[in-house]
Design a protein around this ligand. Structure first.
Ligand SMILES: Cc1ncc(COP(=O)(O)O)c(C=O)c1O
Length: 399
């Protein structure tokens, strides 16, 4: 292949249509139609309907957790979690996460304290949490990234010693296991996302998992201003209810979960095989778990070794109709919402800053033909080989 064959240099794109980056697993139409007919027959759209109740029971069994509270999405779930845990003041969390993790704190009147992450695993760096703990910190929110997990044991020990609450944003971690124990059982509670791009899609949706009866009772009352479950004293209520249509999709995707997870794992293994040996590309293996959902294929691009920056490689792939992504960019602490707050916190985040410039998310999920992984990896390999020539076509973007 020569540089002129690349679409960015005027060649034919490798794919006719866009390959999306996310999961996008859809259940079989006939099964969905039957489920929707049931909803119409019962004339029951929402308000803790039978499908939501069924989903909660099935998730409790699958995750081995006492309470699952289904919600409209994980962002609202995280907001509800802060209220149910009665958090005050500040909460420590990684900045290398999706904006919603930190925004949930703003909605609850809390201040995020940003912590750096481990350069190899990308999970929150437990050793760097300790110096950030002060009297005004009420909790640690760890984020289980990329189908991997944070060091849950070390976090529990640290939180207990410091007398702080511990909870998890597990939006990426549905169906993952730590030493045979499903994610969902750790900390005071965990919040999962069932967004369309996640492993278990409810179109939009999520759930909160906890083994604590009192927290669960509060969450059920916070979820709906109509009230639900055993009465519990809560100051604020909201509308975090999941609809029956969301639950119908989630229940059907739950039936398909094992097959979808295996498809993701095979995709990961194929990327691992075909990205091997490309200078400047490091594929991230989900860490800290005995079983991953392989929800994300993430690599770091070292521009000195690769010859193109992460952004330049993204531009090359985009021209080929491959929808790779910068996940997360620019870093929560540099976002419009939090940059001025971060500037007041004297707390450098060198690893996060570097990862925000180098991480690249590649396609995985239902709409990716596994044989196309080889095509994508060959393109990346050739882009590295022809990086000097390609830079001429990529304009003035410097590496
Ligand atoms: C780490 C993390 N937390 C929270 C969320 C928010 O999830 P939802 O879209 O269900 O509100 C996301 C969404 O991508 C996420 O990646």
């Amino acid at each position: 292949m020569t540089a002129t064959k690349f679409a960015v240099a005027g060649g034919q794109p490798a794919f006719d249509t866009q390959i999306p980056v996310g999961q996008l697993y859809f259940p079989n139409w006939e099964r969905y139609e039957a489920a929707v007919k049931g909803i119409f027959k019962r004339r029951y759209y929402t308000n803790q309907g039978p499908l939501v109740q069924e989903l909660e029971v099935q998730l409790q069994q699958m995750l081995g957790v006492k309470h699952v509270i289904c919600v409209v999405n994980a962002t609202v779930g995280l907001m509800m979690a802060a209220e149910a845990l009665e958090l005050r003041g500040k909460v420590i969390l990684p900045s290398f996460t999706f904006l919603a993790s930190a925004q949930s704190l703003s909605w609850a009147g809390l201040e995020p304290v940003f912590c750096d992450v481990n350069p190899v695993t990308h999970q929150i760096d437990v050793a760097k949490i300790k110096p950030l703990i002060t009297e005004s910190v009420s909790a640690i929110m760890a984020v289980n990234l990329w189908g991997g997990a944070s060091d849950v044991e070390a976090l529990r020990k640290l939180a207990d010693e410091a007398g702080k609450k511990l909870y998890f944003d597990s939006a990426h971690a549905f169906g993952c296991e730590i030493n045979g124990k499903r994610i969902g059982c750790f900390g005071e509670l965990e919040v999962m996302s069932f967004h369309a791009t996640k492993m278990l899609s409810a179109t939009e949706g999520g759930c909160i998992c906890t083994n604590d009866d009192a927290i669960a009772a509060k969450l059920r009352n916070i979820r709906s201003s109509y009230g639900a479950g055993a009465p519990a004293t809560v100051v604020k209520t909201s509308n975090g209810r999941m609809s029956e249509f969301q639950a119908a999709i989630a229940l059907l995707n739950l039936e398909d979960f094992e097959g979808n997870r295996t498809n993701n794992e095979n995709t990961f293994l194929k990327y691992q095989q075909h990205l091997a040996g490309i200078p400047g590309v490091r594929l991230i293996r989900p860490s800290g778990v005995s079983r991953s959902n392989y929800q994300y294929i993430v690599c770091e691009i070292n521009s000195d070794q690769f010859g193109l920056s992460r952004q330049q490689l993204l531009d090359v792939l985009k021209a080929e109709n491959i929808n790779a992504r910068r996940y997360f960019f620019p870093g929560v602490h540099k976002s419009i919402e939090f940059s001025s707050l971060y500037n007041q916190q004297n707390n450098p985040l060198p690893i996060t800053e570097s990862l925000c410039e180098t991480c690249l998310q590649l396609p995985v999920g239902a709409l990716l033909d596994i044989n196309d992984v080889e095509v994508i990896c060959d393109l990346i390999r050739n882009a590295q080989r022809h990086s000097a020539d390609l830079r001429n076509y990529l304009g003035s973007v410097s590496i």
